[in-house]
Design a protein around this ligand. Structure first.
Ligand code: HEC
Ligand code: HEC
Length: 231
């Protein structure tokens, strides 16, 4: 990462803005209906398994084509090599125009022409991924975190050391078996989520307790480590 702190703050601000505006306007219940278009090939929810396409739980924040148990085509593996992570913006691209994002993909699906359908579907996919992303979308817009805190460069090695406790619950490989994946999230989202538990804006008692024991530097270190574990 060559960007200076000011650039970083700007990028973070843009990312947060783009992320929350879309997440907020999507209606996950309506998105569940739109998911009917995907069901023939993808399972989602408790116990979902790979079918013609990979299961779609815990998609948010995960590197594209990263299920080791699914045989992806070269087209999707190229996305992984580029480091593409699924989030509001990249899913929007995939759903709007799959052929442009993934030329040569065997996913025979022409895209969803309606922008409202796409937003709703993305809200639904996100909600499934973390169990309560829908309820949280509004909270994270005015997260009230000092930009200086968001700009802290975490020490990934220290984060690796701290992460031992986290992976007793969260799967280190980014799997999503009931507990959300926290691997390969953009650093800013990770930090915002942890601060939201620490301040009580997110109300999960276990995560609140864990976050309240962590300082700003430690949260930044964990964010840096989980962004790219094992590298
Ligand atoms: C006709 C079958 C089919 C339909 C319909 C379909 N998909 Fe797919 N999808 C696939 C296949 C197959 C892959 C893996 C493609 C590859 O490896 O080239 C895939 C891959 C994906 C991925 C990448 C997953 C990953 O692990 O990186 C996402 C996200 C996705 N599809 C979402 C959707 C959504 C949302 C819909 C509905 C709007 C949809 N797909 C409709 C077959 C389908
Ligand atoms: C005892 C089990 C447990 C431990 C240990 C744990 N977590 Fe969690 N974590 C959870 C659960 C359950 C959730 C989902 C909470 C919710 O719905 O808000 C969660 C949620 C999260 C989220 C938000 C996920 C999302 O999709 O929004 C982050 C980030 C996170 N944890 C990071 C950590 C970190 C970092 C550590 C280690 C310092 C850690 N967790 C330790 C159980 C745990």
């Amino acid at each position: 990462m060559g960007a200076g702190p000011r650039m970083l703050v700007l990028l973070v601000a843009v990312a947060i803005h783009a992320g929350t505006v879309q997440a907020q306007s999507g209606d996950a219940e309506a998105g569940r209906v739109v998911f009917g278009e995907c069901e023939g090939c993808h399972e989602i929810g408790a116990g979902a398994k790979h079918g013609i396409g990979p299961q779609l739980n815990g998609l948010f924040g995960r590197l594209a084509a990263s299920h080791e148990t699914f045989a992806y085509s070269p087209a999707f593996l190229r996305l992984r090599d580029r480091g593409l992570v699924w989030d509001e913006a990249t899913l929007e691209q995939l759903l709007a125009d799959p052929d442009t994002l993934v030329p040569g993909s065997p996913m025979s699906f022409d895209g969803l022409p309606d922008a409202v359908d796409r937003r709703n579907l993305v809200a639904f996919l996100r909600g499934i991924g973390d169990g309560s992303g829908i309820a949280r979308a509004g909270v994270e817009q005015d997260h009230g975190i000092d930009p200086a805190v968001l700009a802290i460069r975490g020490d990934a090695e220290y984060g690796a050391w701290l992460s031992g406790e986290c992976v007793t619950c969260h799967q280190a490989d980014g799997g999503d078996a009931g507990i959300p994946s926290i691997v390969r999230w953009p650093v800013d989202r990770f930090v915002i989520a942890m601060h939201a538990y620490r301040s009580g804006r997110r109300d999960h008692p276990v995560m609140q307790m864990i976050a309240r024991r962590l300082g700003d530097e430690e949260i930044a270190a964990l964010a840096a480590f989980f962004e790219n574990p094992g590298e």
